[in-house]
Design a binder for this molecule. Structure first.
Ligand code: GLU
Length: 306
């Protein structure tokens, strides 16, 4: 067993310390014992664990929606609607929406992501969702679909997100009506992927979008990475930056993308994209085994890049 496999095996044992997300019924049905990792460089891919599993992107999609909206409108226009400041609050917190000129703090929390959903290019809900799926499909090189069971389950239990959307609308931070913004946002959270798709997405950031069909302004990619470092791992983003030191984004499904700009992990060299699926999550929403894996990976292969 090589060093990478040992790190994987050790991290997998941590799944027992987490719990699958329970606030959305369809997510509560996930198997918390699963743990899958995919690492991708220009030349090789290494897959470990339950890599055939599919799951929904959840908050990982927030990075992509931000890029699509910012690419379309330009950063200056987007900054009128959403800031790029971390909060230290939970992802669906409503508490700060009456401070900071009522503007959402950043696109990685639900308030900012719902505003971004309303700003996506397109006249209809369908076109707005398509603007993001098309961009994602160009990166991962295959068609994606929405997991409707997860989407309907989310939509039926979206009281918090609906409350956030109404506050955004009341303060002029929503470009569409409340229900359309919510439907777009929740459909995007429900995009189905596998762990290899996540690695490709992370690899896109690792190469700054080079060698991909998905065209994005370099400045927007830089801001997306900065947002991942400062706000990507919920209210554990500070600790993640301090002890792991990689741009990363997680979702409550147990998905994580992590970006290595230049590293060496077994036969992989140069820019490396890491995709993780471990549905047993901790109190803040991050995959327990995923965090353990990245912690040891960063240390053992000297990947800290801040
Ligand atoms: N669909 C989720 C929600 O808004 C996203 C949660 C997440 O992954 O942070 O509740």
């Amino acid at each position: 067993m090589n060093k990478l496999q040992m790190i994987y095996e050790q991290a997998k044992q941590r799944t027992a310390n987490g719990q699958v997300a329970s606030y959305i019924p369809a997510l509560a049905a996930a198997n918390g014992d699963l743990f899958a990792v995919s690492l991708l460089s220009a030349e090789h891919e290494i897959e470990l664990g339950d890599c055939t599993e599919t799951f929904t992107l959840q908050s990982v999609v927030k990075v992509i929606s931000f890029m699509v909206a910012a690419n379309y409108h330009g950063i200056e226009e987007i900054m009128h609607y959403v800031d790029v400041e971390p909060t230290g609050d939970s992802f669906n917190s409503i508490v700060r929406l009456e401070s900071h000129n009522n503007k959402p703090f950043n696109p990685m929390i639900n308030a900012g992501a719902i505003t971004i959903a309303s700003l996506l290019p397109g006249e209809t809900m369908f076109e707005k969702v398509k603007s993001v799926t098309t961009f994602l499909e160009q990166i991962i090189g295959k068609k994606v679909h929405i997991n409707n069971e997860v989407y309907f389950s989310e939509y039926q239990s979206a009281d918090y997100n609906r409350a956030i959307a109404y506050i955004l609308q009341a303060n002029g931070f929503l470009k569409s009506d409340v229900e359309e913004a919510l439907q777009v946002y929740l459909q995007l959270c429900s995009i189905s992927v596998d762990v290899s798709d996540l690695a490709k997405l992370a690899f896109y950031f690792a190469t700054n979008g080079k060698e991909s069909e998905a065209i994005c302004n370099k400045g927007v990619i830089n801001i997306a990475k900065a947002l991942m470092i400062t706000c990507g791992m919920y209210n554990a983003s500070g600790k993640f930056a301090a002890f792991i030191g990689l741009p990363a984004k997680s979702g409550v499904s147990g998905a994580i993308i992590a970006v290595v700009r230049n590293g060496e992990i077994e036969q992989l060299q140069g820019p490396i994209g890491i995709g993780i699926y471990g549905p047993a999550i901790d109190q803040v929403g991050n995959s327990v085994a995923g965090i353990e894996f990245l912690m040891h990976l960063s240390k053992e292969y000297d990947l800290f890049c801040l």
